[in-house]
Design a binder for this molecule. Structure first.
Ligand code: SF4
Ligand code: SF4
Length: 452
């Protein structure tokens, strides 16, 4: 794509990089076929190619974002399916990040929109505040229907996504070190996260049991918290950078006590962001190098386990499980084989739904800011998951679990919960009472299954 930036504009690093990205796009339109919003809405401006044009116009003309541009960029899920499809290697993620930052700096949103986004930024990244908000939402839940189309249906969407019961906080999320069982094979820092530890504390618990059982020492580092993705996707750069720096400091300090083999993430949305810290902070003289080091160390929990090799299952597995590939896992991090290979290695029959590349509509806060499109994508996903005939759905991202659970009767579990159960942990709560999982048959050996 031809561009016409001035030399003065190209003095800015973000603009220079966006120009390079724009120039790699050859307008072929292959990406449109796999873009969820284009598939649903059929509008070129809701396709990757259309958005790329809008971003080019906005940046080239160096003008504040228009209402039209904001509307179509806001509708983008950042699912990054377009990056997987693009034959030219267009780095859409960095381009849309730049566009969102420009929108945040130049566009004045209507007050209700501004207030709603501000509220989400104040609540979601902080577990204590988020828990309080959920308690409030729990009381308001019975009145969700009355909220109607208030704020474009966002209040109703927020209340319907609130869980029916709020789990008590888990002790594992406090800073501490969990020693490896048997000889230590690796030492890792685990991102204990923000919203996930409130909504589903059992995920970190299962991760720690699973890793320590496989000879991994797990550090929950003091000072680490939200990865920054939630505010980053709103274009709010200063708080996103502050959160990234807090994590980098915490993990660098943990690494100074004894070297870390990895920073482990069990929510793929967070993993995509932490793996991008090096890029986010590339201009920061103090943090650029440290950020790049942390990004290079970062692994999804399934990547690490796949490298280590999974223990033999100690239960009678064999149940059919539908694997939902989170967009941040399959497109953002290009991780496809490890989660499925691990589930198969643990003895499960893994079924993949049709349209596995299409987003479920969760996409960070998208299901709150764009509830209509998110709801349509969720229902489409729920149908394809049900058609697999599987007993339960496994995935590696809390956002997808929460989103899909509101549209299906199938139990949703995190991949590590199943792997933990298969290798000796407790049955995931979501599967309690399911006779197909009522099995305690021991397996004779605990030797490691070779990684594929
Ligand atoms: S990130 Fe997803 S929704 Fe956004 S343009 Fe790409 S494919 Fe479409
Ligand atoms: S597939 Fe890639 S090169 Fe083709 S229009 Fe989409 S972004 Fe541009």
């Amino acid at each position: 794509m031809q561009t016409n930036f001035t030399l003065a504009q190209l003095a800015d690093l973000d603009t220079r990089e966006s120009e390079k990205i724009l120039r790699t796009c050859v307008h072929c339109g292959f990406c449109t076929a796999t873009c969820p919003t284009y598939v649903l809405l059929g509008d070129e401006l809701d396709s990757p190619r259309g958005r790329i044009y809008l971003i080019k116009e906005m940046l080239e003309n160096d003008r504040p974002a228009t209402e039209k541009t904001v509307k179509h960029i806001d509708r983008c899920l950042t699912c990054l399916s377009c990056m997987t499809t693009c034959p030219s290697g267009v780095h859409y993620m960095h381009l849309v990040d730049h566009a969102r930052k420009h929108i945040e700096e130049t566009y004045e949103r209507p007050w209700a929109d501004r207030g709603f986004r501000g509220l989400l930024a104040l609540l979601l990244p902080y577990p204590a505040r988020f828990r309080l908000a959920l308690i409030g939402a729990w009381f308001a839940r019975p009145f969700a229907g009355l909220a109607g189309e208030l704020m474009g249906g966002r209040i109703r969407a927020m209340l319907s996504l609130a869980p029916k019961s709020i789990p008590t906080p888990s002790a594992v999320d406090r800073p501490q070190v969990f020693p490896a069982e048997g000889p230590r094979r690796a030492r890792v820092a685990l991102l204990s996260g923000c919203a996930q530890q409130v909504l589903a504390p059992q995920i970190n618990e299962a991760t720690i049991r699973l890793l320590t059982r496989h000879g991994v020492e797990v550090v929950v580092a003091k000072g680490a918290g939200c990865c920054g993705a939630l505010v980053h996707h709103m274009g709010k750069e200063p708080p996103a950078h502050a959160m990234a720096k807090a994590n980098i400091d915490a993990w660098t300090a943990a690494g100074a006590e004894a070297p870390l083999d990895a920073v482990v993430i069990n929510a793929s949305g967070c993993g995509t962001t932490v793996k991008d810290y090096g890029h986010m902070l590339r201009e920061d003289a103090e943090y650029a190098e440290k950020a790049a080091r942390i990004s290079a160390l970062t692994k999804d929990v399934t990547e690490l386990l796949h490298e280590l090799g999974l223990n033999q299952p100690v239960r009678s597995t064999g149940q059919a499980i539908a694997y939902h590939a989170a967009c941040s896992m399959q497109h953002g991090q290009q991780i496809r084989i490890p989660p499925k290979a691990l589930l198969q290695g643990a003895g499960f029959q893994v079924a993949e739904p049709a349209e596995a590349h299409i987003c479920c509509g969760s996409a960070g806060i998208y299901n709150l800011t764009q509830p209509k499109i998110a709801g349509e994508l969720r229902d489409r996903k729920a149908v394809s998951l049900a058609r697999t005939g599987a007993l339960a759905v496994a995935t590696g991202n809390i956002g997808c679990m929460t989103q899909i659970a509101t549209g299906t009767a199938m139990p949703l579990v995190h991949t590590v919960e199943l792997l933990d159960w298969a290798t000796g942990g407790p049955l995931p709560k979501a599967l309690e009472g399911r006779p197909e999982f009522a099995t305690e048959s021991p397996s004779p050996s605990l030797s490691a299954v070779a990684a594929e």
